[in-house]
Design a protein around this ligand. Structure first.
Ligand code: GTB
Length: 223
């Protein structure tokens, strides 16, 4: 059955891999699963056809036969459950991989997203600098124990898993802030993730779309 995911027709990051379809592409590449991509404009994301797939009008989505999913974490979990490559065979190790997936999305990512909010949504506020400093400290408060737990290990719990895929993806978003470099072991962990051939293929695929010349204006609103 063909797997189809959705991605930005034009990613605001210009193809630096930060939009969440890269996480799904990476999971599919690790699992060796071919997939097709349907590109959606910001306008099409809020139209009925896409809202039927994603109630919040966002990307990415995942379709395979009669199954349609939204939420990156749920999609990566589904891929990891159905195909080898992202979960260990041992049931307890697998439970811990799921734990790290949740830790990435529920514990580490929220303060990182706050940095994005301060910089890009609240950038004109007089209290921006003060708030940014507070939020950066909240990020440090997550990265310090994460680095301690990783220690000098290659991955969070034995071999590479879906937990590492999501944790690396979340930490990647920190790079522009410079905060990642305060934690050399985490910077090296992210670099190991990015060096994986599956990540390289995923990154290249989304970059190819964003590096292509913009379509003519009438197509910009097409789904
Ligand atoms: N919780 C959902 C999930 O994990 O799937 C969140 C999905 C989400 O935030 N989707 C974003 C979206 O569709 C794209 S990834 N936004 C459009 C909208 O809400 O109208 C977030 C994102 C967007 C852009 C960059 N960037 O350019 O750097 C990075 C991340």
């Amino acid at each position: 059955m063909t797997i189809t995911i959705t991605a930005f027709e034009r990613s605001p990051d210009g193809g630096k891999g930060l939009a969440r379809d890269t996480r799904v592409r990476w999971a599919l590449e690790e699992a060796g699963q071919p997939y097709e991509v349907r590109l959606v404009s910001f306008r099409a994301m809020k139209e009925a056809a896409h809202l039927a797939l994603h109630p919040f009008g966002q990307i990415p989505t995942f379709e395979e036969g009669e199954l349609a999913l939204f939420e990156t974490g749920a999609i990566v979990l589904h891929i990891a459950e159905r195909h080898p490559g992202l979960f260990p065979a041992d049931a307890n190790a697998r439970a811990r991989a799921v734990m790290w997936m949740f830790a990435a999305l529920n514990t580490v990512e929220p303060p990182i997203l706050e940095i994005v909010t301060v910089k890009f949504v609240e950038g004109d506020k007089p209290w921006k600098a003060e708030r940014l400093s507070l939020v950066e400290d909240r990020v440090r408060a997550r990265l310090t124990p994460l680095a301690a737990r990783l220690g000098d290990a290659e991955w969070l719990d034995g071999g590479f898993s879906a937990g590492d895929l999501l944790m690396v993806s979340v930490l990647l978003r920190l790079r522009p802030s410079g905060l990642l470099n305060e934690f050399p072991s985490l910077a090296a962990y992210v670099a190991r993730g990015e060096a994986r051939p599956a990540y390289q293929r995923a990154f290249a695929a989304q970059l190819a779309i964003n590096a292509a010349p913009a379509p003519p204006a009438p197509l910009l609103s097409a789904g």
